[in-house]
Design a protein around this ligand. Structure first.
Ligand code: CA
Length: 247
């Protein structure tokens, strides 16, 4: 899975240096020279992370970060600010504007990559390749396999066979367990945004996923939150069971 990093930086030399190092680490860079270009790009395709220069020719990086945080479609994109300023006040302003981290210029490519990976692990665990275990399920994104562990015996496990969409759905929900996602958010994050699919498609795949989990008595893990959306929770929830029967 390719991880796209939008680099918003007006200095060509720095832009080039960053792009080179991102590619070397297996990330896919896309470049914007100013906030206006970046806005157009974000409107087309949501990147997985934005590296955002503080000083831009048109609007400040801070203003752009605030703009992204105000919009529900873009509010959860991880942002790392690039700044030449070492002043503590500026860092605080950056974090208050919604940046997840900041890097002070000049920076080493190794530090840059390490920080990007740390922010991605924290903010977008579904794009990491780490195995996740929760609620008696174990999901492995590299091999695309899911295993279930019976509640009373931990030595025996069975493989859970899922279609590709159900796999991504389960992986996303497990990576953000206990958090509730709306159908629109799930469409954006799993199907990719600007894909014209109806919200109901999400319900169809949730139903398929639950049907498979039902066979091993674990359909309660994928819960409906009435009026909001869905979540993965290992806490057994009576309400959600009633809702599932209704849906
Ligand atoms: Ca600049």
């Amino acid at each position: 899975m390719s991880i796209t990093v939008l680099v918003v930086e007006d200095e060509p030399a720095i832009q080039e240096l960053i792009s080179y190092n991102l590619k070397k680490s297996g990330l896919t860079p896309v470049s914007a020279m100013n906030a206006e270009q970046a806005t157009v790009m974000v409107n087309n395709v949501l990147p997985d992370l934005i590296l955002l220069d503080w000083m831009l020719p048109d609007s400040s990086g801070i203003e752009f970060a605030r703009q992204l945080r105000r919009n529900t479609r873009t509010q959860s994109i991880p942002i790392i600010m690039l700044t030449a300023k070492t002043d503590l006040d500026d860092k605080v302003t950056g974090l208050e504007a919604g940046a997840d981290d900041y890097i002070t210029k000049p920076f080493s490519p190794r530090e840059l990559i390490a920080r990007i990976k740390a922010v991605l692990r924290r903010r977008a665990p579904e794009i990491s390749e780490e195995i996740i275990e929760a609620g008696g399920l174990k999901i492995d994104p590299t091999t695309h396999r899911v295993f279930a562990y019976p509640d009373d015996r931990d030595d025996e496990h069975t493989e859970v066979k899922l279609g590709p969409t159900e796999f991504h759905l389960l992986h996303f929900l497990m990576a953000h367990k206990e958090r509730v996602y709306t159908r629109t958010q799930l469409l954006d994050r799993i199907w990719g945004d600007h894909v014209f699919i109806e919200d109901r498609t999400v319900d169809v795949h949730i139903r398929r996923l639950r049907k498979v989990l039902e066979k091993i008595g674990k359909d309660y893990l994928v819960q409906t939150v009435r009026g909001t959306g869905y979540r993965f929770s290992s806490e057994y929830n009576m309400n959600s069971e009633e809702q599932q029967q209704q849906s």
